[in-house]
Design a protein around this ligand. Sequence first.
Ligand code: ATP
Ligand code: MG
Length: 209
Amino acid sequence: MSDKKQPVDEARKNAKHEAAMKKQKTNVDASIAAADEERGIGILLTGNGKGKTSSAFGMVIRALGYGYKVGVVQFIKGEQLSGEELYLRDQCPEVTFYQMGTGFTWDTQDRSGDIAAAKRTWEVARQLLTDNSVHLVVLDELTYMLSFDYLDEQEVLDALVQRPASQSVVVTGRGGGSSLQSIMDTVSEVKEVKHAFNKGIMARKGVDF
Ligand code: ATP
Ligand code: MG
């Protein structure tokens, strides 16, 4: 391509870009105008890739930035200390933070103890789901309580559906089932393309936990 041609090509590219952006803006504005329902959102973050819990805590930070009240309930977790636990417990006393604290089922190897712990933990979640002063509730790894049948699915679905209209809820964990998916407004599946662990790289403090 000769140097002389470039300004003409650039002008054509700029004009094409401007026309495409104008068209895109019309579409975006129309979509924004059509979304006129203002209420809390039900979000399910599922799939086998990394990023579900981290994404949920990203939304916790967003809510805290506006001074909203937040509740976080972690099912399964609690054996292994995590950065989010340290930060929320020490720096954010306004966040209601509760962990089931049993660790992974393959570590506890105690089904009836796990079920009792799941029910205690669900009670905390259920309370948060009735409190309209709480803007955002995170139910981390809740899906496993349903797939292991530790909690009654219908009771969980009812509590999620009947939560205050202003409240958003984020549920994380692999699976979750079609009923849970159908009552949520946003469902994202994090797909594993690859994970460092499979290359023999250890879980990293401040990144993985
Ligand atoms: P994160 O908490 O990092 O957002 P996650 O919530 O998407 O991960 P979990 O299934 O809850 O995923 O797993 C928690 C831990 O396992 C994290 O340390 C994460 O890095 C790791 N992990 C997540 N996905 C995978 C995977 N596909 N293979 C191996 N380890 C994984
Ligand atoms: Mg997780």
